[in-house]
Design a protein around this ligand. Structure first.
Ligand code: NAD
Length: 591
């Protein structure tokens, strides 16, 4: 097949345009760069020369490749030059009228066969196409910043775009070493459509003072493996840009979850746009710097110290209980592993021994450390033996009746002053507390699976939790080398309240046939650097577990946008629960 678009014009050589021009020229194509005026054109060419010299210095490009690339590229300020191109890629500022005028002008200049692509992030490609007499030859090509490292390109088709035009554009993207995903014309396309709704919820969570900015960011990094926390990312993207994208999304969806959080408007009005102005959610050393200078280091409760913890009891014998026992034993705490029968407790200890063995095999633990940890764990078959421990962590079945019964039993057994913690992920901590006569001593300690590997612990205080009880758990987390984040007792805590609405949005996108499972997963991994795409993650977590969490969130906040997507309900009803049943969003059995 002939390579599509041998000559490409790039109009607007700013952040995106220069990156795109270089990528296209690098693929061996002729590039006609066009700027607004002579001065901007000269500046753009200088930037291209500089960035390619930098690439040579970093050995991403050879000197010959650079010379060849620059030889194929011209930069000027006459739009008429676009007449020679097979494809025009527009990368001018994000203003609808500016783009429409430019496309109308290009339509007069270029032969009827020339394809036009807009680089818009959030404007309607259809409305831009309508400024021309060739809407069938207009599409969106959404590159990501910085173009030379980001592999994703969203190829956006309107209802009028000819299929062949989109195919050629996708082939061009592959030729540039990029991964194209197909998207329809909807504000935000795939990546921003999913990303910005989540960023907005994070901003709203911060605004409601549910958790600190550091805790929200740490929770998402450590709990989900995301490269950046949402508030730090908003500062990087630019609070103004985020607000514009959300406005465009809300205009189309009328979903309140897309209505920009009021704090975004406040920051924009105050000129606090993020890193570029030196301050947004965080304060930076200087405009453009990535160094945060107002990091909070002071303790949340000055003067409050925790209670002493010398011994710990863990209730339960499943994955979480075993993992939590491992965390404490490895840190040197004597642990009573209490299950409903001694046999179950002993079996859990055997599981723990296996896990420690694996760590030894991987060189992460010495044999002495393994033996020392195992020696600290005593399996017991009766909760009665927990009378003298200083802290109990409960990790039994996620069933409020079961947990309340356990807390009532612990209340009767455990010595006064001990801290009672639950590791529930979706039940109210206060409902466990109220099953005791000492609700002030009850707190949430939400570990993540697998507990030995995941550093995050959400420390959940109810309205009744005593400050020194929260402090006890925070101090303990530090001693066992976990990263605690503090939050209140409401559905989803920090991580699940931000993660599951995003997963639900992805399911809705699929259900509406907006994009495919593979395209959505690829887009989120390449566009945002996420370790897994939403459907991969749903299949790992389990569709039934995910549905329950979404229902709990919807029940708590009653936000229409949080209602679980019917497709998820259908899959669960059909027994497609993800990896554990061999089939979820993907068929794992056939692989
Ligand atoms: N920056 C990002 O992270 C990013 C990512 C993806 C997509 N986008 C989108 O890409 C497009 C370009 O954004 P950017 O960040 O590169 O903007 P930018 O402001 O860095 O660059 C725009 C350039 O267009 C030039 N220009 C303005 N009017 C022109 C005209 N009439 N003719 C020719 N050139 C003209 C300007 O001089 C400027 O150099 C926007 O639609 C934006 O939403 C941006």
């Amino acid at each position: 097949m002939e390579r599509p678009f041998p000559t490409v014009a790039v109009v607007g050589l700013g952040t995106m345009g220069t990156g795109v021009a270089v990528a296209v020229a690098r693929s061996g194509r002729r590039v006609i760069g066009i700027e607004a005026d002579e001065k901007s054109a000269a500046r753009a060419l200088a930037r291209i020369e500089e960035s390619t010299a930098h690439a040579v210095a970093r050995e991403r490009l050879t000197a010959e490749e650079r010379a060849g690339l620059l030889g194929r590229l011209t930069v000027g300020h006459a739009l008429d030059a676009a007449a020679e191109a097979d494809l025009v890629i527009e990368e001018v500022p994000e203003q609808l009228e500016l783009k429409r005028e430019l496309f109308a002008e290009l339509d007069r200049i270029c032969p009827a066969g020339t394809v036009f692509a807009t680089g818009t992030t959030a404007l309607s490609v259809t409305r831009i196409a309508a400024a021309t007499a060739r809407p069938d030859r207009v599409l969106g090509l959404h590159f990501f910043n910085p173009v030379h490292t980001m592999k994703l390109v969203e190829v956006v088709r309107t209802v009028l775009t000819a299929p062949q035009v989109a195919e050629d554009a996708a082939a061009l993207a592959r030729d540039l070493g990029k991964e194209p995903v197909a998207a329809g014309d909807r504000a935000g396309f795939v990546v921003n459509g999913l990303l910005f709704a989540y960023l907005n919820q994070a901003a709203a969570m911060y605004e409601s003072k549910y958790a600190t900015r550091e805790d929200i960011d740490a929770a998402m990094r450590l709990g989900c493996g995301l490269p950046m926390g949402p508030l730090a990312l908003l500062d990087l993207i630019g609070v103004d840009t985020a607000r514009t994208v959300l406005e465009a999304m809300y205009e189309q969806s009328r979903d309140r979850l897309h209505a920009p959080a009021p704090i975004l408007g406040q920051l924009v009005s105050a000129g606090l746009l993020g890193r570029k102005t030196g301050r947004g959610f965080y304060t930076y050393e200087a405009p453009g710097s990535s160094r945060v200078v107002d990091t909070a280091t002071d303790p949340a409760r000055p003067g409050v110290t925790g209670r002493e913890v010398r011994s710990i009891g863990v209730c339960g014998s499943g994955t979480m209980a075993t993992g939590i026992v491992e965390v404490f034993a490895k840190a040197g705490y004597p642990v009573l592993l209490a299950a409903r029968s001694l046999e179950k407790a002993e079996r859990a200890k055997a599981q723990l021994a296996k896990s420690l063995e694996r760590s030894v095999a991987r060189g992460r633990l010495t044999e002495e450390q393994r033996d020392a940890a195992l020696g600290l764990v005593t399996p017991v078959g009766q909760y009665g033996e927990l009378a003298d421990v200083d802290l109990v962590v409960e990790a039994v079945a996620e069933d409020l009746g079961v947990k309340r019964e356990l807390f009532t039993a612990l209340d009767a057994i455990v010595k006064p002053g001990a801290v009672l913690a639950t590791t529930t992920s979706s039940l109210p901590v206060v409902a466990c507390a109220s099953a005791t006569r000492r609700p002030q001593d009850v707190v949430g300690m939400h570990f993540f699976n697998p507990a030995p590997a995941m550093r995050l612990v959400e420390v959940v205080s109810t309205v009744l939790t005593a400050p020194d009880v929260t402090a006890t758990v925070l101090e303990l987390c530090a001693k066992v080398r976990k990263h605690p984040v503090e939050c209140g007792d409401r559905a989803g805590f920090i991580v699940n309240a931000l993660l599951f609405p995003y997963l639900n949005d992805a399911v809705r996108m699929l259900q509406e046939h907006y994009a495919t499972v593979d395209d959505i997963d690829t887009a989120m991994k390449l566009g945002c650097g996420y370790p897994m795409g939403p459907f991969e993650l749903l299949d790992v977590v389990g569709l039934d577990v995910s549905l329950t969490i979404e229902q709990v969130l919807h029940q708590e906040f009653r936000e229409p946008g949080l209602a679980a997507a019917p497709l998820l309900e259908h899959l669960v009803a059909a027994g497609c629960l993800g990896r554990k049943t061999g089939r979820g969003f993907r068929d794992h059995a056939r692989r």
